[in-house]
Design a protein around this ligand. Structure first.
Ligand SMILES: [Zn+2]
Length: 148
């Protein structure tokens, strides 16, 4: 959910949202990976949701994740969607706190092989996705680099 729909959603449920997508985006701008810690099951949720992604609890507190994890999977995009420049590498990272987050991997796409899966990565900043005719505008996502 992005753009105007996200704004409407966040206004409607503001009192229940400890961490909004806008807060998450602001954190990424500052180089922080923000998430939620559940006071019921003690697990983490990232990116932000209204409820704990593990137990569905709503007793959540905002927290900063380390921005470190393991590269679980990735692909190399060579034919980009509108607004993107190829090649680039979208990836999924399992953070050390547990949640899987989608980001980009800062790595030479011509040298990327499946041997990268399982490598330690760390967040080095944010990538700004410019948006397209189907979205409400630009969005940030975490940018990862190899840590080993
Ligand atoms: Zn929970």
């Amino acid at each position: 959910m992005v753009g105007i729909e996200q704004e409407v959603y966040e206004k409607k449920y503001k009192e229940y949202l400890v961490l909004t997508l806008a807060d998450y985006q602001e954190g990424l701008k500052e180089g922080k990976l923000l998430g939620l810690k559940c006071n019921d099951c003690k697990q983490y949720t990232c990116p932000p949701m209204m409820v704990c992604q593990r137990c569905g609890g709503m007793d959540l507190e905002k927290t900063e994740l380390k921005g470190e994890g393991e590269l679980m999977t990735f692909t190399v995009i060579r034919v980009p969607p509108e607004g993107h420049e190829a090649p680039y590498i979208p990836c999924m990272v399992r953070t050390v706190e547990g949640p899987w987050v989608i980001g980009r991997l800062d790595y030479d796409p011509d040298k990327a092989t499946q041997d990268l899966c399982g490598k330690k990565v760390r967040m080095k900043g944010a990538y700004e996705w410019p948006g397209d005719k189907f979205s409400g505008g630009p969005l940030l996502c975490p940018l990862f680099e190899l840590a080993e």
